[in-house]
Design a protein around this ligand. Structure first.
Ligand code: PMV
Length: 331
């Protein structure tokens, strides 16, 4: 399907995995070693415009300034995939901006590559159906495949060597289990170990690696059922289990991968105390020191205020579940 089009703008939101992905079964195609299940957020937004041009190279502007060369090259390699699929050679100008800190374990690569996949494929004249868009976004970043969809989303590990079945699909809409999502920012700098490098190291050295991969299908089945039943307490318990299992795996990697800082640990303890006092709130952390808390909407504001009072927490982003990637009108 082709329509003449040389520019397009898309927005996409970050997502947070409740059942985590850590490890690849194929590095070149970016195929995950485990499935994962995430929530797409209403906040934490990337907005990306792609414009084809006649110049000699791809240009990338990130958050208002020219992107660093490694970032520009990563985006250019991704655009090569889109050019190959569309049968074009034109270079592109990419203008992309996040309304949250980039590269600090807040899944900027998820919203970034979901928005880029949609804007660049559209600018190149392609109208990809959502599964194909998810497979394309995955090539940029594993978690980006999930940000194509809204609400609760499952990313399949897939079995095929070509990765055609390693795509995400919606599990339930946001209304299936309304959540308050609170992101406690404990540091604004970029993360120490990239997720790709960390995953490789865990697969190569962590003694629990096989158990991690083997236990994922049961976690996914349990989470799917809990989401569809609207069982918040079960979703919360499964969320913390998957998160701590992943970070245990990271700690058992050689050399150990430790993404947490003091405030991360303080927030974990605070949320456990809140729960003991009757609040419905559970933590999850990714490849960075921020703590994401899922809570019952009725408890959201009290939990957010408690997080703001934890020493070392710089600010708390309050959000909820939101929609998938979509095209928007250019300004
Ligand atoms: O999308 P990547 O390659 O940055 O990997 C993300 C991995 C985690 O955020 C730690 C877990 C997940 O499933 O999102």
């Amino acid at each position: 399907m082709r329509t003449p089009r040389t520019t397009a703008t898309a927005v996409a939101h970050a997502n947070i995995a409740l059942v985590k992905y850590w490890g690849k079964r194929d590095a070149a195609l970016n195929l995950p070693a485990t499935g994962s299940l995430s929530i797409t957020l209403a906040g934490l937004t990337t907005r990306t415009t792609v414009r084809l041009h006649d110049g000699p190279e791809d240009r990338v502007q990130l958050d208002g300034v020219p992107a660093a060369e490694p970032v520009r090259q990563r985006i250019s390699r991704f655009l090569d995939l889109v050019r190959a699929e569309a049968g074009i050679t034109a270079r592109a100008e990419v203008v992309t901006a996040n309304d949250f800190p980039t590269g600090a374990g807040l899944a900027s690569s998820a919203s970034g590559f979901a928005a880029l996949a949609l804007a660049s494929s559209r600018a190149a004249g392609l109208a990809l159906p959502p599964p194909a868009l998810s497979a394309l976004a995955r090539r940029g970043s594993g978690s980006a495949a999930r940000s194509v969809f809204g609400g609760f989303v499952e990313m399949h590990r897939g079995e095929r060597p070509d990765g055609a079945d390693a795509i995400a699909e919606p599990v339930a809409p946001p209304e299936a289990l309304p959540l308050a999502v609170l992101v406690a920012i404990t540091a604004e700098g970029p993360k120490g170990t990239s997720s790709t490098a960390g995953m490789e190291r865990s697969a190569a050295t962590a003694p629990y690696w096989d158990a991690w991969v083997a236990s994922a299908p049961a976690d996914l089945a349990a989470m799917r059922a809990a989401v569809r039943a609207g069982d918040l307490a079960r979703v919360g318990e499964l969320t913390e289990h998957s998160c701590f299992k992943m970070h245990g795996l990271m700690l058992a990697t050689r050399p150990a991968i430790l993404y947490w800082n003091e405030a991360t640990v303080a927030v974990i303890h605070r949320v456990r105390a809140l729960r003991a006092a009757g609040r419905a709130a559970w933590v999850t952390m990714d490849a960075g020191p921020q703590v994401k808390v899922i809570a019952a909407p009725v408890d959201g504001e009290a939990v957010a205020a408690a997080l703001e009072a934890v020493p070392g927490v710089r600010r708390v982003i309050r959000t909820a579940l939101g929609p998938g990637a979509r095209l928007v009108e250019e300004p």
